[in-house]
Design a protein around this ligand. Structure first.
Ligand code: FES
Length: 193
């Protein structure tokens, strides 16, 4: 089994590298026919939730084709993403009703607040932003979904508060799980003569 050096893909977590190690044997079992390219990409995406460059190279080497051929096919399909989803994925609906009610402005506000664009993920992997088609509750337009929470009749002014709330919750969690630091020793009273 191949073992990946973290230096070859510093953007991947140790866990992801380990998962990719495991994928090599699964690819082996799928054979080497080019027609298997899409199922292979689906396997990687189902396992890692996105297609990192190292995985693209792995599939390309396995099928003995170039990485750009693999990219060419993968980018053709909407189902594949090339950045890791954030721990709090933000989906902004831009279906017709949401578009008419200002969905683009909601999207721009999230992009500005997080300093990333639609389709990207923040460096700490906390947030990702994606535009999506109608999510089926047009009466609540414009709609944004952050993690598991759906925000209907969304307003640009709410963006700041949503992001801040998530950051504060994360800080609280970290504080609670951090081991208690030992308190410094009490200084001894000066020795009497
Ligand atoms: S268009 Fe956004 S929920 Fe239907």
């Amino acid at each position: 089994m191949a073992s990946f050096d973290p230096a070859v893909a510093p953007d991947l977590t140790g866990e992801e590298l380990k998962t990719l190690d495991g994928l090599t044997s699964q690819l082996e079992q799928m054979g080497r026919e080019r027609g298997r390219l899409i199922p292979m990409l689906q396997l990687v995406q189902d396992t890692l939730a996105y297609l990192p460059p190292l995985a693209i190279r792995l599939v390309a080497d396995h099928l003995e084709i170039t990485a750009s051929e693999v990219y060419g096919v993968a980018t053709f399909y909407n189902q594949f993403r090339f950045t890791p989803p954030g721990r709090h994925p933000i989906k902004v609906c831009l279906g017709t009703a949401c578009h008419v009610k200002g969905g683009e402005i909601i999207l721009e506000n999230f992009e500005r607040k997080l300093q990333i664009k639609d389709g990207q993920t923040t460096a700490d992997r906390e947030f990702s932003i994606d535009r999506v088609a109608c999510v089926g509750c047009c009466a609540l337009a414009p709609v944004a979904i952050v993690g598991e929470t759906l925000y209907g009749k969304m307003q640009p002014s709410k963006v700041e508060g949503i992001v801040l709330k998530i950051r504060i919750e994360k800080e609280q969690q970290e504080r609670e799980t951090r081991p208690h630091e030992p308190s410094p020793p009490t200084p001894l009273p000066p020795a009497s003569e």
